[in-house]
Design a protein around this ligand. Structure first.
Ligand SMILES: [Zn+2]
Length: 595
């Protein structure tokens, strides 16, 4: 029988919160220092089943069942020791060491465990700092937001001190944590001169955990006016991938399951306010549009989502991309509209939790909301307006994955537009089929796909060719991949030896008609504010982002697989880290060039 190394089992138990594992399947109630419930292993009316989080055991005083978290899974899932360990390891995101496991994989796993431990140390350090005199400003910030001590406790906020005597990196070094590991954790960064500094300085710290409860990253909010960025987040590390994590899920997942819906918000403090207002099933995306990986994670807990946003934001940006993704992933999506310009955080602070609950109660299906939006300003008695309306909505209908849901939407669409249901269903079926056939690149949208940095370079080539050519000379072939303007920039690269003043004319002569039109449109813009170096930076960054996405896709592909001895994950992580580092370097170089 293959046994697991004791160190792995010890780590698994430290990383696993027994209360969270048992609480997923047994409704636990906190009573003093312990949690209690009706025993899942025998029939009883008064709870004699207790869980002790600190000591990591459960015990039933009625039937005598008891043991550690692995024992609980064995008994509850009726599986053997090894399967129970595998289940818990998967839950904690820890790879299971096998006798045949490659040494690099074991090393990578050990490193991931070590990085998670550093995050726990960091969270404790930040909490300690928050309670100290140095944390006064951060405490005031939390108070000014109206967050109670209980709420602050639940979300484990902390304070990262300004540069000074007491630093996290100093703490790590005292504990003999190797420097390389410190920087790999993303909590500490090393400067060019070899000095190491804390990534987070003078910030209110928000720990970000996996759904298992293991802290894997932090968000840090600025405390001074003019401190940028307003929110600084952990970089991608071997334990943290932003697009695969939902903030707050570790705290709220029980409520998600219990109530079978979820309020989806954007920010850390949106979440805290909603939670404090008594709505416990809530998670946050942390300011970006939802990713498919996050949607799948959420689906493990519920398939009903309520979004709350202001009606202006609803039509565009992250909110609308998230809604569309959720619809296409088969979620039931409702929208609770907030007054213009507000988010849950500001709304609850100014109007109160009860008013927010009322908004949620009054939420309506997202698709109905879209129907109303599309119909606004149209006179549906006019055939041409009806046609416009229908065309707008067919695209939406085509993304609904479930045929029955699609038919239901067709009914509403018919009701609203006064076009017969049969006609609409036919159209929707056609649109859905077209959507599957349609190639992803649409020729019409060419200009929309020209990146501002490309636009800037084309403008420079035509108006300030010396600068334009110098910039083009710095680009590498890989920087141009997939760019609409790639043929133009490649041709320009062959002209770098030419006298600059003849270049605009040469380009016009040698380009195809479509390419020339592209250049002329870019050249016709007002004087470009883009700097040549800024454009080169931006294009290089886009390339690293493309490469990072490709590496991530590869990581995703391997993560699910039962990897053999030649598991490439370690190498992929290293490659991704390298790309992330390069992107960060470019971010630091950025000179106000918006792209
Ligand atoms: Zn019992």
């Amino acid at each position: 029988m293959a046994l697991f190394p004791q160190t792995f089992l010890d780590d698994l138990k430290t990383q696993t919160d027994i209360v969270s594992v048992i609480g997923d399947v047994v409704p636990l109630k906190k009573m003093g220092a312990a949690w209690k419930a009706l025993c899942p292993f025998h029939q009883e009316r008064t709870p004699s089943f207790t869980v002790n989080r600190d000591k990591g055991f459960f015990k039933c005083f009625g039937c005598g069942a008891g043991g550690d978290v692995v024992k609980f899974v064995e008994l509850h899932q009726k599986v053997g020791f090894q399967d129970a360990v595998r289940y818990l390891a998967q839950r904690a995101g820890m790879p299971v060491p096998e006798a045949s496991g490659a040494p690099e994989e074991r090393e990578a796993a050990a490193e991931r465990e070590a990085i998670v431990k550093l995050h726990e140390m960091a969270a404790a350090f930040y909490r300690e700092q928050l309670a100290s005199p140095a944390g006064a400003r951060a405490r005031r910030e939390l108070e000014s937001r109206g967050l109670s001590a209980a709420t602050q406790d639940v979300f484990g906020y902390g304070y990262a001190p300004a540069a000074g005597r007491d630093t996290l990196s100093g703490r790590f070094t005292d504990q003999k944590v190797p420097l390389a590991l410190q920087t790999k954790s993303g909590l500490v960064t090393s400067r060019d001169d070899g000095r190491v500094v804390d990534r987070f300085r003078n910030r209110l710290m928000i720990p970000i955990a996996r759904d298992s409860g293991a802290i894997v990253a932090f968000g840090g909010r600025a405390l001074e006016a003019g401190q940028v960025p307003k929110y600084l987040n952990s970089p991608e590390t071997p334990v943290y991938s932003k697009g695969r994590t939902l903030y707050g899920l570790d705290v709220t997942k029980g409520a998600l399951r219990k109530h079978n819906y979820c309020v989806l918000v954007e920010g850390y403090f949106d979440l805290a306010q909603v939670w404090q207002a008594g709505i416990q099933p809530v998670v946050a995306t942390c300011g970006t549009a939802l990713t498919p990986a996050q949607a799948r994670l959420l689906k493990r807990f519920t398939s009903k989502v309520v979004l709350s946003f202001d009606p202006d934001a609803a039509g565009q940006g992250a909110a609308s991309r998230s809604s569309e993704l959720l619809v296409s992933e088969g979620f039931q999506v409702n929208v609770a509209l907030l007054p213009e310009g507000s988010d849950p955080d500001t709304f609850i602070q100014s109007t109160g939790g009860r008013a927010y609950v009322e908004r949620l109660t009054g939420s309506r299906p997202y698709l109905d909301f879209l129907l109303d939006r599309a119909a606004a300003g149209l006179d549906l008695k006019r055939p041409d307006h009806r046609r416009t309306f229908l065309e707008k909505m067919l695209g939406v209908a085509a993304t609904i994955p479930d045929a029955a849901d699609r038919d239901q939407f067709a009914d509403r669409l018919a009701h609203k537009s006064g076009i017969t249901e049969g006609v609409i269903r036919d159209e929707i079926r056609k649109a859905a089929a077209d959507k599957r056939r349609e190639p992803p690149a649409v020729a019409l949208a060419v200009d929309a796909r020209v990146k501002p940095a490309e636009q800037g370079l084309l403008w420079l080539l035509m108006h300030r060719p010396v600068e334009g050519l110098a910039a083009v000379g710095q680009l590498e072939a890989a920087d141009l991949e997939g760019l609409v303007s790639a043929p133009v920039l490649r041709l320009a690269a062959t002209l770098v030896e030419m006298p600059a003043d003849v270049v605009p004319a040469l380009l016009r002569e040698r380009l195809s008609e479509g390419e020339r039109a592209l250049v002329e449109r870019a050249a016709a813009h007002e004087a470009s504010t883009a700097s040549a170096a800024g454009c080169v930076n931006a294009l290089r960054k886009l390339r690293y982002q493309r490469e990072r996405a490709a590496v991530q896709a590869e990581i995703d592909r391997w993560s699910g697989a039962d990897a053999g001895a030649d598991d490439p994950l370690a190498a992929l992580w290293a490659r991704k880290q390298e790309l992330v580092r390069k992107i960060e370097e470019l971010n630091e170089k950025e000179t106000g060039f918006v792209h």
